[in-house]
Every structure is written in C-alpha cells, then in structure tokens.
Design a protein around this ligand. Structure first.
Ligand code: HEC
Length: 469
C-alpha cells in the first residue's frame, strides 16, 4: 500500500494532461509480474534484496542498476531480463524503483515537518504559517510593489492589488484564454520603486485556433491597466487549443525580459527552433529583438529563443550572482532545476530522468552529447512550480539559497546552492497546500500563493520567523 497514496496525485495529473483511460500502470505492472516474487510486493526484499533501503550492493547509479537488471547476477539467483524487457521497460522500472525508494524516505520525513503548537521547525529556522488574505480562485503570479502592496493574478483572468486586507481589481487587462492550465499567468514589475513602474503580464492570448503565451506591459493608474503595449506574441499559426504546459514565468533583468513558454503538449516541438513552444525567450524589455540572441541568424528560427528543449518551465529567477535558475515541471520522476544559458538545449523530450505518467518510458536516455544536465531533479516528481532566491534577512541562514514550491506534493523545499550547484535540499513545508507562486516579501518573509489542502479557494500565506521563545 505504500505507494497508493503517493501515486494517486501523479496519476491524477496524468489524467488531466494526457488522454487518460483506465490504462494499466506499466512500470508497476512489470514490477509485479517479473520482480515482486523475489523483491517483495512493496520492494522491501525477500529472496532478493530490498530495493527501497537505498543500499546498492552492485552500484547505486542508474547505469549500475540497469546492468544488474539486464545481465542478472547468475550465482546469486537474480535472473537476466534483457531478453524479456525492452530498454524502455527497464528505464521505466528504474524510475519506479527510485520513486518507491524516495516515498519510503518521505514517509519518514513527514513526521519531522509537522508543526508543533503551530510552529514549524527546520534545520536552521522556526516559523509560523500565517494567512494574509484568501477568497480567490486559482492564483498564478504574486509580485510586490514598493508601497508594500502586491499584485496577484487569478488564472481566470483577474488582476488584483492587495493592500493590507483590502483587495481591488485592476481593470483593463487583455482578454485571456482561461481554459484548463491557460489564462492570466505571471506578473513582473520593472524597478518597483520607480514612479509608475511598468507591470508585465504573461497570458494565454486567445485566437480562432486556441491560444499561445503572450506578454503585455502597462502602467497601473487609478486601478486601471493603461498605456498597454504588447511585448511579445506568437504568430497565429503557432496557436493551439491544447490546454496545458504554458510555462510562462517572467524575469526582468538589465534591460532584458526572459520568459518561458511550455511545450503545450507537443513535446517534440521543444526541439524545433521554428516554433516558440518548449523554449525560454529573451527580448529587450520594450519588445525589441536583441541582435545577439543565439538564433537570430538561423534560418526559420524564432529569433527570440534564448534556450530550448524545455517541457513546462513554471519557475524562473535571476540570482544575485547573475545565474538564471529555472524550475521545470517535468514528466513523472523528471522535475528539474536548470541554469539557463544562451543557446543551450535542455534535452526535452530526447533526454529526461522521468517517464510518462502511465509508467511507460519517454526515452531511455538521461544524457546525450550537446544537451545540458539539470542541476537537480526529483524522483518522484513534486510538480515543481515557482522558484525564488532567498534575499531577505528574516531567515538569515537561507540567504542566497533557492526556495521552490510544488503543486501535487504540496511542498516548499530549500535548495542550498554553492557556485552554481545544488548541494543539498531540505523539506520546509509539507501538505499545507498546492503552491502556485512563492516570493520573498519586503520584510524578508516568504509569501506563498497557495491553495490550502482542505479549502476550495486560494489565498496568500506567509512564513514568518519565530525567534526567541
Ligand atoms: C528469482 C528471484 C528474483 C527475481 C524474479 C528478480 N530478482 Fe533481482 N535479485 C535477486 C537476487 C537473489 C539478487 C541479489 C541479492 C544479493 O546479492 O544480495 C537480486 C538483485 C537485484 C538488484 C541489485 C540490488 C543491489 O543491492 O544492488 C536489483 C536492482 C534487482 N535485483 C532488480 C530486479 C528487478 C527490477 C527485477 C524484475 C525485473 C528482479 N530483480 C527480479 C533475485 C531476483
């Protein structure tokens, strides 16, 4: 039973994102059919060793495990499977084994992240989770203005300004295609402390053919979005009525705008430079095309492409040391964190640590020449969304590390980074709600746009440090 609870969320997501019938879960079925008799129904071991205790007598890497499964260990009674199972089957089995191993660990961790008397204790800090305001539909973006108020986007197509407990709708934003995962998405503010700063919005721009991600900017005057300019829109031929993988995070930096567009459910198009989906784009922040973009001289390429081979990048942040970190909602077992660099191919769907939600392989390759490796990946997937760098002083020990939020697994994790590498992760929050966005507020508190587990609506919550007790 260990895996029933943890599998239900990814399988449910599969039903949203892929045509889902009562399809058998392939990797799990293969395990039951070929392996469970010796390794146990819950991978706990029997005639064969436990596959969830994180002890690997014959090597711990994916390649080591693949070799054992293919060739067997004749003198110990482990059969060779290379004639029975395909490379893809073996790859999917390894991801399944990794998922189960991680779930066993998470169950143990769960206890440690339960609040005691409303106080959460982590390695370096204690905090409370406070409600700021609720009563919203599905939220997507959260961004602070310099007066301490913040803007909040509701995916259905509403933009709000929240000051204290007061929320006011900002009118005059473009019409959005609000279906399944599409709608009004991210918000970014250029130089928030300047007078009347530019406010950038990403959204699913509707057309007769469906929608594609577009970027608009405007100014907010008397609760109206005015002086609006389209910064980016895709040609109509690229619009699609598939309702998923919009990506859509915006980063403003040094006069440029970076924004992500997910693969929109056509995974092979992430490798196609003549299409905007499955890419990170870069423009001047007034919409002009930079002449030094990597594919400006490539025939038929979309000139705004900065990097490619992405699935559904829902988190992006520029760190203090100038690294563009991206969190990518991957397939099952393939959520990633990458550092985005000019012209680089991140490999989706040719390489991936994950598999399809039905337990079939996407690919049996996790690496290939000319394709970048993630800085971190999650097996099982946590359904990673937002990423931010901690820059405040309220949680001093987290300074310059990364925070990520997740949907299905309802987690906030701290990723400790050093010199552009993720060196460790820590679970900070678990099972409090689905996290849509996560930003560090002006006082250094951590704000979450979150859909609490037990409620229909969404709201803004914050992590507030608890010091002396
Ligand atoms: C007939 C019994 C049997 C079956 C069926 C079987 N195994 Fe094994 N397996 C073993 C034995 C025995 C070992 C070696 C244990 C030892 O040396 O400690 C082993 C070892 C392994 C190891 C290496 C573990 C380590 O510590 O490095 C892996 C991985 C593994 N099996 C996976 C599988 C998979 C996947 C399947 C199904 C496709 C499978 N096994 C089916 C008996 C079996």
């Amino acid at each position: 039973m260990a895996n029933l609870k943890t599998l239900s969320a990814p399988l449910l997501m599969a039903c949203l994102s892929i045509a889902c019938s009562a399809q058998a879960e392939k990797a799990e079925n293969n395990y039951k059919k070929y392996c469970a008799s010796c390794h146990g129904g819950e991978l706990q071991g029997g005639l064969g060793s436990s596959l969830v205790d994180n002890e690997w007598k014959y090597g711990a890497s994916d390649a080591d495990i693949a070799r054992v499964i293919e060739k067997g260990i004749a003198d110990k009674g482990m059969p060779a499977w290379e004639k029975t199972l395909t490379q893809d089957d073996i790859r999917a089995l390894i991801i399944y084994i990794r998922e189960e191993g991680a779930s066993a660990k998470v169950d143990a961790q769960l206890k440690s992240v339960q609040p005691q008397g409303g106080i959460f204790s982590t390695r370096h800090h204690k905090f409370k989770l406070e409600k700021v305001i609720d009563g919203f539909g599905v939220l997507w973006g959260l961004e602070f203005l310099s007066d301490g108020s913040f803007l909040l986007s509701e995916r259905d197509g509403k933009l709000w300004q929240v000051k204290g407990k007061q929320k006011t709708e900002i009118t005059g934003i473009p019409k959005v295609w609000a279906k399944t995962q599409g709608g009004l998405l991210d918000i970014a503010i250029k130089e928030p402390s300047s007078e009347n700063p530019w406010v950038y919005l990403s959204y699913s721009q509707p057309s007769a053919k469906g929608a594609m991600t577009a970027i608009v900017r405007g100014k907010i005057k008397k609760h109206q979005f005015v002086d609006s300019q389209i910064i980016y829109q895709a040609a109509q031929e690229f619009h699609t009525d598939k309702g998923y993988h919009f990506g859509s995070r915006i980063v403003l930096d040094g006069g440029y705008i970076f924004f992500s567009v997910g693969d929109r459910g056509d995974r092979q198009q992430a490798q196609d430079l003549s299409r905007p989906n499955g890419k990170i784009h870069r423009l001047h922040d007034d919409g002009r095309m930079p002449t030094d973009n990597p594919f400006v001289n490539t025939p038929n390429a979309v000139k705004s492409i900065w990097s490619y081979g992405s699935r559904n990048p829902q988190g992006m942040v520029m760190s203090h040391d100038g690294l563009l970190w991206e969190a990518e909602h991957g397939p099952r077992g393939g959520d990633e964190v990458n550092i985005i660099e000019k012209g680089v191919n991140y490999g989706w769907p040719l390489i991936s640590y994950g598999m399809n939600y039905d337990g079939t392989a996407v690919t049996n390759k996790t690496s290939a020449p000319g394709m970048a490796q993630p800085k971190h990946y999650w097996v099982p997937s946590i359904a990673v969304t937002a990423i931010d760098e901690y820059t405040g002083s309220a949680f001093a020990r987290w300074a310059n590390h990364l925070l990520v939020g997740s949907l299905a697994r309802q987690e906030v994790q701290l990723l400790e980074v050093k010199g552009g590498e993720v060196i460790s992760t820590e679970l900070l929050l678990k099972n409090q709600g689905r996290i849509r966005d996560l930003v560090v507020g002006p006082e250094g508190f951590i704000y979450l746009a979150m859909n609490p587990d037990n409620q229909k609506g969404s709201g803004v919550y914050r992590l507030v440090p608890v010091t002396s007790m």
